[in-house]
Design a protein around this ligand. Sequence first.
Ligand code: SF4
Length: 865
Amino acid sequence: MKTTCAYCGVGCGIKATVTGEREVAIAGDTEHPANRGKLCSKGTHLGETVGLEGRLLYPEITGRRASWDKAIRQVARTFAETIERHGPDSVAFYVSGQLLTEDYYVANKLMKGFIGSANIDTNSRLCMSSAVAGYTRAFGEDVVPATYEDIDEADLVVLVGSNTAWCHPVVYQRIMAARLLRGTQVVVIDPRRTETCEEADLHLQLRPGTDVALMNGLLAYCRDAGVLDEAFLAEHVATPDSFWSALGEGNDLWSTARTCDIAPVDLKRFFELFAATPRTVTLFSQGINQSIRGTDQVNAIVNVHLATGRIGKPGAAPFSITGQPNAMGGREVGGLASTLAAHRDFAPENVAEVKRFWAAPRVADKPGLKAVDLFRSIREGRVKALWVMATNPAVSLPDAAQVREALALCPFVVVSDCMADTDTSRFADVKLPAVGWGEKDGTVTNSERLISRQRALMAAPGEARPDWWIVTQVARAMGWRDAFGYENAADIYREHARLSAYRNEGRRKFDIGFHAAITNREYEAMEPVSWGGAPFSEGRFSTPDGKARLVAVEQRVLDERLPKWPLTLNTGRYRDQWHTMTRTGLSPRLSQHRREPLVEIHFRDAEEQGIGDGDLVRVATPQGESVFRAALSEGQRQGEIFTPIHWTDRQSSGGRTGLLPRPLVDPHSGQPGFKSTPARIEKLAVEWRGFLIAREVPEQVRADYFTKVRVGQGWLVELAGSGDPDAQLGNLLAGGQRIESLDRARGGWRAAVLDKGGRLSAALFVSRAGRLPDREWLITQLSAHETPSSVELLAGRPAIPQPDRGPIVCVCFDVGMKTIVQAIASQSLVSVEAVGKALSAGTNCGSCKPAIQRLIGETKEAAHA
Ligand code: SF4
């Protein structure tokens, strides 16, 4: 069956075959225009995540199983009473880019049209709302002016604030394919040297937060070089009076290079390349959006494209790629607190129009609370009932400790989710079981405005229900039976399509009226379909006069580094994990790439603090602190550190990046600035280190530091602490035959537990001073048919040594770093393809190709040294 990937905004098509009870075989859909058969590591291993482990299967009220009827009545009654007593703005929904468009539509309709408040915001606020605000300022409507085909046709792709190779891997592969076919040049603009830089022609490792200066400098250069499209500007763009004179101030090449801390020669090379290449796509992502100046940064990019006429033409566009599978669908229905519905804002005529269409009693007439303000309002007692759908704000919002406090203080919290235990659902009064990927049925829209079907492959487990059904039942119980009379997802999609076309008459590009009368059968068989075509190819924008806007934006003064906070913290994603790992964390293969949360730090900063590679360190910011393992990296600029966003309380005592960023937001978009928080770092003193390998996941781990991760047939728990390890770790060894050894001189403790059949069920290794064995061989022993000898088990290695593969690089074929390096050196391999031929690495999903490219470079360098 054809469906769409659960993860990022690339929106890859999948061919899924159910092969058994909750078993699915995954292949890329060769006919899907977004990916043409390709999948990254996350999509490829989706089949490992459809089991029922950790699922919420029944409604619960205050932790006890309840009937759907009772749970729905409880939610409806509490929301109605709260509205009655405190008004519509005393309640709120916090929803998610994981919802399908149909789910989003009914949630938005209930809040904005029937409750009468715009207090519905989404976790997409955290990933792309600056792009929404920037596009709307420039084009009059939130329209992405590009498709992936523009990448195929570009001669230059500029990647700004985007680790595309990790976060949008199939788009990255498409860029690489264009590079191979037509010699497309690639420039990466990013304060970090990431794997995206491996194949780039140029990497501008700018000072964080100076993107406006860089783009203004580029625009000034283009003007001086005579490459502005004067005819396009005159006919299709409205330019503020002082725009060009303001640009004259401090935007020459030398000043720009100084502000951005880039070598002038590199900057000049980029400016010349850009000026000489009309077919340019500038692709941007979280590095641009997740900033307190995100909207200005978006407009600085859009300005350059408008002024050079590089928009509405093949291979030329400023292209924001979204992080979530249906962030775009949420934008379309109006699931952000700052929009009303179907790309309408809160202008009185729009409110009247939507009121009429929905036959609604009271449509919200002003924007609602955006994510950060919403949780602040909850903490201050102004919002008293909250419904969280398919997201985990206790982990993902900035200043997560305050978010937890808000959830604890909120008088009534409802969480609908497919997982039973999340950091957020621990605060829920009512938990409602939602269906997950493979059970859901509806539509999603990807980064390029392509609507695809997500289809149910298997029956919903337990009493799990679709999100649209849950919202519909609550709306009916609140008294709005007729307006929420949907029988299936197709009913909702038709209404959504009709609303997009209602009194549109070309005013808004978002118009899917072509599906207003789609039948259930047609909906079932629906092929991917795009809206908007090439939206600005005729030079007509969605403003009253049809002209786009150049928006004057200035580089603001950068934050001063303070002695107490000498570093700047940047945050982001790992290649093989997704958000808070509730799904990807179930996959042993995906967990191989990064098993612990690392803080990446320049080696000189580490040296100053006496931190070595692999040490545990405490990262502190004005908001909070958390513990990570240090990874020394030349990819970091000095003075800057990087941590991943994925780890939660469920998997770790540390690694909680959400605790660290400030809750500061962009004034236009409300998007938090996750990329530059003042920070400091110090080595964490621990007296012992250790690890546990076990078939069953230990619920309670009392060590000062621990992380739990899925491996083969069990779990790996990394441990560290001070004091008596026996007292802290004794509970981790399950019952069974125990083999043990103590090394009192070096404070070592090694234990293995065998089950009744004599097979290894757990192994614990602790050391105060000595080395710990490699984990890989022990992990394989959890599923081995023959139990090794006691001596081997307590040594943590086989009697006959096995080759050390090193950390896994290719998760599809289990190929380790050391294996690749040895093959490169011994077989003189000079290309990723040659490594693929020799070891198969990189020949399936291709997500590890940039890593292999890096290893080829490093091995070559080492050989010449
Ligand atoms: S790039 Fe990967 S995660 Fe994103 S949609 Fe495609 S397969 Fe899924």
